[in-house]
Design a protein around this ligand. Structure first.
Ligand SMILES: [Fe+2]
Length: 234
């Protein structure tokens, strides 16, 4: 199992506050048998340009790496970012530098305000014009958006759909999550973990539910997709 969305890098966003917390989060990933982790700190174009963000991300990574020898075992890892939607992003300089490792996969967080068709147009252009492979972060958070637009995202064969573990773990969404899984709609999973309490690394808990209901190889598909991202990224 791979965690392709988390905020484990220290002191760069609203995720892990320091190296000590990051190490404990990583220790929990290992405990849960997570084979690979993608560190995906938030990227907000209004706060940083890509160059500044990458410098900050690099610093956070180096800080963490300097202490990794304190852990007996670590999952393999690579860095990416969770790029929050912004108008004109498909034409923005340096967008491709925000991809996961050396790959051309880019994790995108759609806006939480009411979706307009132009939002989806923009994301489609990242794929068709820039040629990047778009991963839509935690699609389950957008199920109350305009149905037609959500459908355009989910059914676009060029997009990968990522769900958070909590989709399976929250009582009110669990049955929907299982249905979505059974339809083969989930390409990738993430813990989207930010800390050690209310948003902790929790993929193994979701995995227990997934294994119970997966009869058609949905999990194999998820693992295959994750592995191919890692193979390109590292
Ligand atoms: Fe996130």
């Amino acid at each position: 199992m791979f965690d392709v969305h988390c905020h484990i890098l220290p002191g760069i966003d609203d995720g892990s506050r320091d190296v000590e917390m990051s190490l404990e989060m990583l220790r929990r990933e290992t405990e849960q048998d997570i084979e690979g982790v993608v560190f995906t700190p938030h990227f907000y174009a209004a706060q940083n340009d890509p160059e500044t963000f990458l410098r900050r991300r690099d610093r956070a990574l180096k800080e963490l790496e300097a202490s990794l020898n304190e852990l007996p075992k670590i999952p393999k890892y690579t860095v990416g970012s969770e790029v929050h939607y912004f108008r004109g992003m498909s034409r923005a300089d340096g967008l491709e530098d925000l991809c996961i490792g050396n790959s051309d996969y880019i994790l995108i967080e759609m806006p939480f305000r009411d979706w307009q068709p132009v939002f989806v147009d923009e994301i489609e252009e990242i794929s068709t014009v820039l040629g990047l492979k778009v991963i839509i972060a935690h699609i389950e958070r957008y199920f109350d958006q305009d149905k037609k637009l959500v459908k355009r995202i989910i059914e676009n064969p060029n997009f990968l759909i990522q769900c958070n573990a909590e989709f399976f773990l929250e009582k009110k969404t669990a049955s929907k999550a299982v249905k979505f899984l059974k339809k083969g709609k989930i390409d990738l999973l993430g813990s989207d973990s930010h800390n050690l309490d209310d948003r902790k690394p929790n993929l193994a808990e979701a995995l227990a539910i997934i294994e119970k209901y997966d009869k058609k190889g949905a999990l194999d598909h998820i693992n295959r997709m994750s592995r191919s991202i890692f193979d390109q990224a590292i």
